[in-house]
Design a binder for this molecule. Structure first.
Ligand code: ADP
Ligand code: MG
Length: 733
């Protein structure tokens, strides 16, 4: 050992110090201060390089190296100053030719050179990328070699590991069966690592019992499938695996207690790595690789098994979850299918029932209608037949014959009236749909409604939306409102409130109406209301609870008709004692309503003219009288042709409105008789059904006909026209 630090070496660094301190005099190199300059220079180049470097000098291959080279040597004992061939004795077979080449003057560069080395007390496969290059002296003789090297073991193992995991991934991808996944995994891993067995096991809930469910066994190795107790494999196995640590046994005979080793030996195993799989804190599964002979397991094998266990189990869990899901998606599908079928079946039954119900309701309505008509006809036929019978028997008694004939005619007249009603009902009323402002129409009816309702009933109009445009027949709609008002009045004999409102209703889901905005006309009274059985039939034509001559049972069916013809509907709510609310929904229109014709405004010009209304229908008569009074006329009324003639005589009206079909004298007969007496009397025929031709044939072509139903405006215009005709100037006697 020299006292002085060699000047060609830095003072810092472990290897610089070690080289400085080494007893070189005991080596073929001799004392350091006596080294040839070339050796000093070569060695001087190394200490501060970060690249692993070694200088191998002389025929004895004396080895010197730097700090960066030390990890490559691992735990090799005292390598400094020893021959390179000794240091790498385990690999010298592979390395010698390359070193020899360098000493012969040929440099060699090799990438990822695989070599089995022993630097940690066990052989391991390592990879190096290196260059052995000759060191020449001044005479050109090779006196040593420089080894510049990097270890690529980690990179190579990572590449290998990735290549294997990639192969494994591609092999099991798309595999839908958990056992098939594990079978492929064990066989690939066994092939890759050269194993005798590769197995996987599910742990029992007690974390001791386990079942090896699948096993790859090399030829000559027994299958180890079966149920085992972990405890039998030794306390080390139990401790490590439950803690989530792998059990690594290189040679069970050497490392384990004899009875524990026996458990392995009995199934033909000498070396084992057993990898635990912990899920939610519990030892859930195991994967193990075995060899039938003792084997020093490498870090690579341990790491790879860890990877494979995690990955393949994750995949198995997914496959199992998928399978469960498929069983549930399948069960659901079946459920769905049967549910759909059941719903379809129900719907069909629901529709059939509904159709049957509708049909039976229709039949009932027809039955009731026919029954009612038959009943009425029977009564009047009885009267006609009876009268004729009596005439036949009392042919001689002129006075009685006249009375019976009158009675018979009256009965026949009722028949005519009934027929007329039926015709009016059955014939599609000619309706004219035109755009109009709902609120304006209602406001225009205020006076008529007040008079119809009388002083006992408070009328409240709430017309919130002035711009509600609807497409409907104005005449029919006015009539509908009037019908509702009359019903309300009848339901409030002691008086009450009638509320009429217009608003907008938004319909979203509805069995009848399409979604959209509708004009809503509400007519609500505080009257006696209806019991459910009356409410259910109130819209039926000819259904009435009112006495003979009081109700026709056609009011609400007219309301229903106009609402539906305009594309809307009508709904009614009522309870006994709680009043009735009728709601008419009418589609809104964007069309612009026409301005009211100018002549309508001329209605008041008729002034104080007096008018006689002759109609046998009390409702119509009352409506006409109210309408006329609304228009500013004074009106009188008569319920039959005969009474009409008497009233003409008594009241000398300026104009007469005649119903055409009346039981005793028809309107035509009354007109003929009246014309004889008062030729200039203006006559207006109010007719809902009779042909104009029939009226003209009996009353002349200048007959003025007011079609029932009519609007108040029409009434005013017709009367004004009739009164305004010079030739029809009322004659007053
Ligand atoms: P009518 O008024 O000629 O009887 P409708 O078709 O107008 O015929 O009405 C049918 C029946 O419905 C009435 O007879 C009555 O029993 C009932 N009804 C209609 N409107 C009301 C109402 N506002 N309040 C109570 N009952 C009513
Ligand atoms: Mg009515």
């Amino acid at each position: 050992m020299t006292a002085e630090h060699p000047s060609f070496l830095p003072r810092e660094g472990a290897m610089a110090s070690a080289i400085a301190a080494h007893a070189w005099s005991r080596t073929p190199l001799g004392p350091i201060e006596a080294w040839p300059e070339l050796l000093k220079t070569a060695v001087a180049l190394m200490p501060e390089s970060r690249f692993p470097q070694a200088v191998i000098w002389g025929p004895e291959l004396v080895t010197l190296y730097n700090d960066a080279f030390r990890p490559i040597l691992g735990a090799k004992p005292a390598p400094l100053g020893r021959p390179f061939s000794e240091i790498w004795s385990e690999a010298w077979q592979d390395v010698a030719p390359i070193a020899a080449a360098a000493f012969e003057g040929r440099a060699t560069y090799i990438e990822n050179f695989p070599v089995f080395i022993d630097r940690h007390g066990r052989p391991e496969l390592a990879h190096f990328t290196f260059c052995y290059s000759p060191i020449r002296d001044a005479q050109g003789r090779v006196v040593g070699m420089l080894d510049t090297v990097t270890e690529t073991t980690a990179t190579m193992l990572a590449t290998r590991r990735l290549a294997f995991l990639d192969l494994l991934g591609r092999t099991i991808a798309g595999e839908r069966d958990a056992d098939a996944v594990m079978a492929a995994t064990t066989s690939l891993l066994a092939g890759h690592l050269g194993l005798s067995n590769c197995a996987y096991a599910d742990m029992d809930a007690d974390q001791d019992g386990f079942t090896i469910r699948g096993n790859w066994a090399a030829e000559g190795s027994p299958s180890i499938v079966g149920h085992y107790s972990l405890a039998d494999f030794g306390t080390l196995a139990v401790r490590r695996l439950r803690a989530g640590e792998p059990l690594v046994v290189n040679d069970n005979l050497a490392e384990l207690a004899p009875h524990e080793a026996a458990t392995f030996q009995n199934i033909g195993i000498a070396a084992t790595i057993c990898m635990p799989l912990i899920r939610e804190g519990r030892l859930t599964a195991l994967m193990a690789i075995h060899d039938k002979v003792p084997r020093l397991w490498s870090d690579y094998e341990l790491a790879l098994l860890r990877d494979v266990t995690e990955r393949s189990w994750a995949y198995v869990e997914r496959v199992r979850a998928d399978a469960d899901l498929r069983r549930v998606a399948a069960a659901l599908e079946e459920l769905n299918a049967t549910l759909e079928a059941r719903v379809a079946e129900r719907t069909r039954q629901l529709e059939e029932t509904e159709a049957a119900l509708r049909q039976s309701q229709k039949m009932e309505a027809i039955g009731q209608l026919t029954g009612g008509i038959a009943h009425d006809f029977n009564n009047l036929l009885a009267a006609v037949v009876g009268s004729l019978d009596l005439i036949l028997h009392r042919a001689g008694d002129a006075e009685r014959v006249r009375r019976h004939a009158e009675a018979g005619l009256a009965a026949a007249g009722r028949g005519t009236k009934l027929t007329a009603q039926l015709l009016a009902f059955s014939r599609k009323q000619k309706i004219e749909l035109k755009p109009l402002f709902l609120s304006a129409l209602l406001r225009g009816m205020t006076e008529l409604l007040r008079r119809t309702l009388g002083p006992m009933i408070r009328l409240r109009l709430e017309l919130r939306e002035p711009d509600l445009r609807i497409l409907t027949d104005a005449t029919q709609l006015e009539l509908a409102v009037l019908n509702l008002a009359i019903n309300a009045r009848d339901a409030m004999p002691e008086g009450g409130d009638l509320h009429i409102a217009s608003s907008v209703a938004r319909i979203e889901r509805d069995g009848v109406l399409r979604p959209g905005s509708y004009a809503l006309l509400t007519v609500a009274d505080t009257g006696e209301g209806m019991p459910p059985e009356v409410l259910a039939r109130a819209f039926d034509p000819f259904f009435t609870t009112k006495g003979v001559g009081k109700g026709t049972g056609l009011g609400l069916s007219q309301v229903y008709g106009i609402a539906h013809q305009a594309g809307g509907t009508v709904r009614m709510e009522s309870r006994p004692g709680a009043g009735t609310t009728v709601r008419i929904y009418l589609p809104l229109t964007a069309l612009e309503p026409e301005a009211e014709p100018a002549e309508r405004k001329a209605e008041a010009r008729a002034g104080k003219a007096s008018i006689l209304v002759v109609d046998d229908d009390a409702d119509v008569r009352e409506m006409l009288v109210t309408a006329l009074e609304t228009l500013g006329f004074s009106a009188t009324e008569a319920g039959s042709g005969t009474a009409g003639l008497a009233a003409l005589e008594a009241a000398r009206p300026d104009l007469v409105i005649l119903d055409y079909a009346m039981p005793d004298l028809t309107g035509a007969e009354v007109a003929r008789l009246a014309r004889k007496r008062w030729p200039a009397l203006p006559i207006v025929f109010a007719s809902g059904y009779a042909d104009t031709a029939t009226i003209e044939s009996v009353a002349g072509t200048d007959a003025i006909v007011l079609r029932k139903p009519f609007r108040i405006g029409d009434l005013g215009a017709v009367i004004a026209g009739a009164l305004g005709r010079p030739e029809l100037e009322p004659g007053r006697g």
